[in-house]
Design a protein around this ligand. Structure first.
Ligand code: BGC
Length: 776
């Protein structure tokens, strides 16, 4: 152990080079070059956004800044939500997730990475990929989806893009951080299978496919253990199982016990604690309460991050504001979901006489509040952009104010008058900015009452109504069925105004899909009654039935299903077919034809079911998707890969992934409730890895394809040898009654001629045939 009060070994020649500088032929600094005090210092921030430099060794400080849908490089060094350098505000995850296109996410990531590199930022703190467990989570706008596959693949895309510019990404918040209420303490009670299949799977995908440089642990606890000091989570699952080789940083202020955190696998505590926790670490090492090797590991990972950052290729001298703004507009157009379009009211004719109504048309809501808030380089509003693209008369009336000020009745009357005088009324409604934010959860899904009243009056005054919705979390529109056209513009970033106009006039053919179900009522939602918990605890009582998995299992009607979204063209699906891929998974193939008159993009979704499964399963689960552009009249042969690993369930008995053999139903369609074609496919299973034991039930033994014939053979032999017992042994009703008996309790039971030796021999033979280990 090195002396915490003195310098360690000699400074290494040519230590980690500064970010932005070429890597060069340097001898890397290693933890062995550092004193304990230096290692303790290096593994905690210098301020809110920097690591500590070690000048004597030439180790520079590096900067991390918030994202994830742009760069939030704070002007100051303290924590807080002060002004930041202007950056392109791309569509937040609520919108980007709806594109169902990881390649698009990658392009956004590349642009963010470039902006970070220009600003000498080493790591962008995003993407956030937590599951939208309840629509009430105040921070849902920062997350992609209620589905882990979509969340993980979109997250991986963003990571790849950011890192392609030599800047690190940071996948957050690991794990089970699905609410804002009591977020720094709440303990999540979740069963092991749900944790693995729903709440960890997206992270696993992002880690395996994105290979992020860093990952941020969450504030909350899981089963009583803070993520920041959860060795199972940060070391066993993340590193040993998934092969994560980057650095784990704490969420800001998530560390309750720094010494325990380092031992668990946390590498960097953020933000600075003024040296307070550094002292704890130094004392713990001196007292033998913390293995210096654990501190070395953490310090080594910080040094490695500094080294990686130092190899960043040269960045452009300055930001190309126009090019990135244009990209933001293109991407935003890909994130608009056309929910409803009766009688093809949309797209609008360029010369249509329009009433534009609703304050959001002029004061756009384009991102959420909290640590992800970007100071945009520009900001488009829909009203200006509609006026720029349209040639007809456009009259505007706010109808309401965002802060509720003003004469509501007069504002509404004016708006209704304007709507009645136009060919089409385009109504911009949504959640006001204060309705949702990082830091608190919502209590309802409703639009403000004055907006609901305005919509009702406009619908009564005119037939041609287009509703454009701005919101981060799900919003309930009571009159949705009566509104001819609904455009879900969620939060589209700084160019959302133009993108909305592009969609309204048909310059962009909408192609995005709901990445979250829109329920009819809050009371229908999966976590209702179990959200946000109480007394520091929340129970994930719905288990795996999150999002569409829940509504489908209950065959519940919803306002708009997961995966739903319309286009200005139409698509027809041919017959799906499935071929086995090299990894034992599938290539799902389906011809999709653009049967309309416009170029369009279809999001082909593959859902998989297994009826008669040995474990409980949702009716169907998304296992793959592809976003494909198809010219009018043409057919695309769409291929969607479903890796075998995606078909595995978490086997709680063995603590491992397990692919169940059986006949699977593969359904392919345009939404979770618009399934157009299907195929069945026989999948060979992994076989049960858990050995059969005396504790295995008779039913489990009989269900095993290796054991069942051996049992049948033994029963026949016994019946031949002991004719008196034959009736009992071959009585099906009796066997059904005894199916829950552990086989170890059968010997001698009720005078049956079954011996312990027979049971053990059968188990041995069956385990040998299955390739599972012999048990004593
Ligand atoms: C948020 C993180 C964010 C960090 C730094 C935390 O409160 O949960 O997402 O990166 O602050 O601003």
């Amino acid at each position: 152990m090195s002396d915490p009060t003195t310098s360690g070994s000699q400074p290494a020649a040519g230590a980690a080079s500064a970010p932005g500088a070429a890597g060069g032929d340097t001898v890397p600094v290693t933890p062995a070059d550092l004193t304990v005090a230096e290692k303790a210092g290096l593994t905690s921030g210098a301020d809110a956004w920097h690591t500590k430099a070690i000048d004597r060794l030439g180790v520079p400080a590096i900067m991390v800044t918030d994202g994830p849908h742009g760069l939030r490089k704070e002007a100051g060094s303290g924590p807080g939500l002060g002004p930041s350098v202007p950056a392109t505000c791309f569509p937040p995850a609520v919108a980007l997730g709806a594109s169902f296109d990881p390649v698009l996410a990658e392009r956004v990531g590349e642009a963010i990475g470039t902006e970070a590199a220009i600003e000498d930022v080493a790591v962008v703190l995003g993407p956030g990929i937590n599951i939208k467990r309840s629509p009430l989570c105040g921070r849902n706008f920062e997350y992609f989806s209620e589905d882990p596959l979509l969340s993980g693949l979109m997250g991986a895309g963003l990571v790849r893009g950011i890192q392609s510019r030599g800047v690190g990404a940071c996948v957050k918040h690991f794990a089970a951080n699905n609410q804002e209420t009591d977020r720094m303490r709440v303990s999540v009670d979740v069963d092991a299978r749900t944790l693995r299949e729903i709440y960890l799977r997206g992270f696993e995908i992002a880690v395996r496919e994105g290979r992020p440089w860093t990952l941020m642990c969450s504030y909350n606890r899981i089963e009583g253990v803070y993520s920041a000091q959860n060795r199972w989570l940060l070391t066993e699952v993340l590193r040993e199982e998934w092969g994560f080789d980057g650095l784990v940083v704490s969420d800001w202020g998530a560390v309750a016990d720094r010494v325990a955190s380092i031992a668990a696998g946390l590498d960097l505590e953020m933000p600075a604690t003024g040296g307070y926790t550094d002292g704890q670490v130094v004392r713990a090492v001196a007292a033998g309460d913390l293995a210096e090797a654990d501190l070395d590991t953490a310090a080594g990972r910080v040094l490695e991050l500094v080294r990686r950052a130092g190899q960043r290729p040269p960045a452009p001298a300055q930001l190309n504001v126009d090019a990135h703004h244009d990209l933001a507009r293109e991407v935003a157009g890909r994130c608009v979901v056309l929910l409803q379009n009766t009688d093809e009211l949309l797209p609008l004719a360029t010369d249509a006489r329009l009433a534009v109504i609703g304050a959001f048309a002029q004061q756009p809501r384009y991102q959420g509040a909290g640590s992800s808030r970007i100071d945009p380089t520009r900001l488009e509003d829909a009203l200006t952009e509609i006026r720029a693209l349209g040639t007809g008369e456009v009259t505007y009336a706010p109808g309401f104010t965002l802060d509720g000020a003003g004469d509501v009745t007069a504002l509404r009357a004016e708006a209704v008058r304007v709507a009645a005088g136009a060919e089409v009324a385009v109504l911009f409604l949504g959640l006001p900015p204060e309705a949702e934010s990082e830091g608190f959860d919502r209590e309802h899904l409703d639009l403000p009452a004055e907006q609901v009243a305005l919509l009702a009056e406009v619908l009564a005054a005119t037939e041609n109504v287009v509703l454009v919705l701005s919101h981060g979390g799900v919003v309930h529109v009571p009159q949705a069925e009566q509104v001819p056209a609904i455009v879900d513009a969620s939060l589209l970033g700084q160019a959302g105004g133009g993108a909305t106009a592009d969609v309204l006039f048909g310059r962009v053919n909408p192609s995005a899909r709901l990445s979250e179900t829109v329920p009819l009522r809050l009371a229908d939602t999966p976590a209702f009654g179990n959200f946000p918990g109480e007394n520091g605890q929340v129970r994930y009582g719905e288990g795996q039935l999150v999002g569409y998995r829940w509504y489908d299992a209950r065959t519940m009607p919803v306002a708009f299903p997961f995966g739903h979204g319309l286009s200005y063209t139409t698509f027809s699906y041919g017959q799906a077919s499935v071929v086995t891929a090299d990894d034992g998974g599938w290539q799902v193939r389906v011809p999709v034809t653009n049967t309309g008159g416009r170029l369009g993009r279809e999001v082909v979704q593959v859902y998989v079911s297994l009826s008669g499964s040995a474990v409980s399963r949702p009716p169907r689960e998304l296992k793959g998707f592809a976003s494909v552009e198809i010219p009018p009249g043409q057919t695309a042969e769409v291929e969607v890969a479903v890796p075998r690993s995606a078909l595995a369930v978490w086997d709680v008995r063995t603590g491992s992934w397990w692919v169940e053999g059986g006949q699977y139903l593969v359904q392919v369609g345009a939404s979770s409730r618009d399934l157009r074609t299907s195929a069945t496919v026989e999948l060979p299973g992994d076989g049960l890895q858990a050995p059969l034991t005396r504790e295995s039930s008779l039913a489990e033994v009989l269900a095993d394809r290796h054991a069942a014939p051996l049992v049948a053979q033994a029963v026949q032999q016994l019946a031949d040898q002991v004719p008196a017992a034959a009736g009992l042994l071959q009585d099906e009703e009796m066997m059904t009654l005894m199916s829950s008996f552990p086989v170890g309790r059968l010997p001698g039971y009720g005078g049956l001629p079954i011996t312990e030796q027979l049971v053990d021999d059968l188990l041995s033979a069956a385990n040998a045939a299955r390739g599972t280990p012999e048990v004593g």
